[in-house]
Design a binder for this molecule. Structure first.
Ligand code: ZN
Length: 302
């Protein structure tokens, strides 16, 4: 009986990070994940998709030589990007035509350019995933992920927030408008029968702010990208659940930061705004995820 640590990975049984160990028992190889003294049994090697378990390989060279027969079917095979490129160019032209034919001037040009760039980025993600071996994909993101899902979640929220803020000035003919009320103290002086009566009361000024569609598109693309390693390691349900959670948290912070006092007076609007923006971004992110999936499927047609 011999065992060998082949790298670090996420345990499909309990979800914790640990050392991935191969154990040989009477001629058959079994996969285990070791968390300190605890061992989780994953399954026989020929039934386990190691690319979904491993995050980084300690002895990549020995893996490629000794276990090459398990890896070749995963990374090998030819991939054709021809259909994908034709499809994306066609879609890009259609979107440009649509965007430029509206009557909004430069704002529609900006929206069209943003749409085209998100298209190119999605294509980039699809090409990267199709042409790179799953074991080494997103290695830097997976390194952050190995510190724990919680920390990765906080990082995603921070990144999405930064993206929302820096993309706010990008013009778009379509924007989502939100309103909040700023309280201000007001005085009124009246004279009744020679007596001066001063009264104070609070008035509310409505202030409006927008989230342009360009900002929604770019934030959704970033969240889609950041969740790719989660989709690979933990599957699509985790990916969608986390996507919604990340969007809800970052939008809550986004709506609360600039007008914390005003919105605490009216928590209902804070909640509504958070849910509305999160759902819009969630739908766009799901569209991006589906689009990337579709491009990858197209790439495997020969
Ligand atoms: Zn485990």
């Amino acid at each position: 009986m011999s065992s060998r640590v082949i790298g670090r990975g996420v345990c499909p049984r309990c979800g914790r990070v640990g050392s991935v160990v191969l154990k040989e028992l009477s001629g058959k190889i079994y996969v285990y994940v070791k968390h300190g003294r605890e061992w989780c049994y994953v399954g026989p090697l020929d039934r386990v998709d190691l690319s979904k378990v491993l995050q980084d390989l300690r002895t990549y060279h020995s893996i490629t030589t000794i276990l090459s027969k398990y890896f070749v079917p995963m990374c090998g095979g030819t991939v054709s990007m021809r259909y994908v490129v034709i499809f994306v160019i066609g879609l890009a032209l259609l979107l440009s035509a649509y965007g430029l034919s509206t009557r909004y001037g430069y704002e529609s040009v900006t929206l069209t350019l943003t749409l085209l760039s998100t298209l190119v980025f999605s294509l980039g993600i699809a090409i990267y995933e199709v042409t790179t071996s799953p074991t080494i994909q997103y290695s830097s993101l997976k390194r952050v992920l190995s510190y724990g899902l919680w920390k990765y979640f906080l990082m995603m929220v921070a990144v999405v927030l930064v993206v929302i803020f820096i993309t706010l000035p990008i013009a778009s003919p379509l924007k989502f408008t939100f309103e909040y009320k700023v309280p201000a103290l007001s005085h009124v002086v009246t004279w009744i029968g020679g007596k001066r009566i001063e009264r104070e009361y609070i008035v509310y000024h409505a202030v409006y702010y927008n989230i342009p569609l360009t900002s929604v598109l770019l934030s959704s693309l970033v969240v889609t990208y950041l969740l790719r390693p989660i989709a690979q390691i933990r599957g699509i349900k985790w990916c969608l659940g986390l996507m919604l959670l990340v969007l809800l948290t970052s939008n809550l912070v986004f709506h609360a930061i600039p007008q914390i006092h005003a919105l605490i007076l009216n928590p209902w609007s804070l909640l509504m705004y958070t849910v509305v923006t999160s759902l819009i971004m969630f739908i766009v992110s799901v569209l991006f995820t589906t689009f990337i999936y579709m491009l990858k499927k197209l790439a495997s047609i020969h």
